[in-house]
Write a protein that binds this ligand. Sequence first.
Ligand code: UDP
Length: 448
Amino acid sequence: MTGLVEVQVAPVALERLASLLPPERVERIEVYAAEARRLLAGRTVWNVSSTARGGGVAEMLHTLVAYAAGTGIGIRWFVIGGDPGFFTVTKRIHNRLHGVPGDDGALDAAARATYDATQARHVDELVDLVQPGDVVLLHDPQTAGLAGALRERGAWVVWRCHVGLDESNQWTKEAWGFLEELVAPAHAVVFSREEFAPDWVDRRWLRIIPPSLDPFSPKNAEMAPAEVEALVHRPGLVVEGPPLPTDAPLVLQVSRWDRLKDMAGVMEAFAAHLDELPPDVHLVLAGPETDGVADDPEASEVLAECRERHRSLPERARLRIHLVSVPMDDLDANARTVNALQRRAAVVVQKSLAEGFGLTVTEPMWKSRPVVASAVGGIRDQVEHGVSGLLLDDPRDGAELAAALTSLLGDEDRRLALGRAAHLRVRDQYLADRHLIQYVDLFAQLLA
Ligand code: UDP
């Protein structure tokens, strides 16, 4: 696929979300919805990203576009296509923005030529669609190169970066060196955390807008225990290890197959500390079918590595560790399966080595699950250590993870208390009303 493809999202009325909110938040979002309709009358808000499925950006856009459309705003979402060479370069940028090289390729003139060739294929089509005065949200490095032409077209251009690292290093500097000229034409930029923004971003046009989740989406909606059981035990879900146990407590990590999520590290920690953990607990590592995420060329390799490592574990560990590949052909079924796994888990882990913002942390928190997550990037804002989850100081330290799991699995009251606080934290900080309000504030400033 090389052209632009529109993602169809059915509008959802804001009242659905309002049913969960206290009255003052309902009033506030209604005021903002009216303001958005006024500001954006006669304009379209365009979103451009690199994939419609698999990963946090796609997850979040489905929610935001649906609610924004439900308020009567003209909003559309397009996905750019690219060949494997393009996605190899953009994955290299993605990894470097997280502080690691990713592969041994360079971000040199050849990489830039590959990148530019893909952008060039989309520019004309987009410039034909977008009208002067429209607002365009370009998501992540994959689309940054479109900013210049869209600004020339007379659109208001916002670059929304979903990744980042708190402290810069040689790799982040190299990636930002590549992106600076591409991002410069954008009128404003949005990050999930202040620390992620490079120095050259004009602070007057920098907004910090963390992601949010939709409590009513198939990923997060309430689910009857029988449905949870049916989904979790669906044949074919486990690709390595025995079928999931029916009663035993589960420790779960859900992630794309990306080295920075460190699925292998979770498996190593679990296997190495098996004797300290309760004897009945099992580990589930779940990620998408690897041909389902178009913009992530490393996924198959990472899953293959995890499968190979699993096969080399001692049998007693192998029998208690399960690798799950969640089918991607039916997005609704995919989301409901992840939902079921998160609800079935006793503890949810996110042992990322770097993380812009982890929806895979927010989702189980909403479901009142206790989470144990690395104290990196956006996760440090999401989880208050000891209150709404546990943070791991050193994401590479398997012993620290195992100790946190052992203590939580042995203390049901603590698990329940952390889970309750986690749910409230998501309700207060990470629902779409806050998110939409922050965008309306930004649009008001842009269009003033
Ligand atoms: N996800 C999914 N199926 C999978 C693995 C992940 O739907 O098999 C979803 C997950 O539930 C979450 C998103 O992908 O909504 C991952 O977002 P996150 O912000 O945690 O990380 P990212 O993938 O954007 O780095």
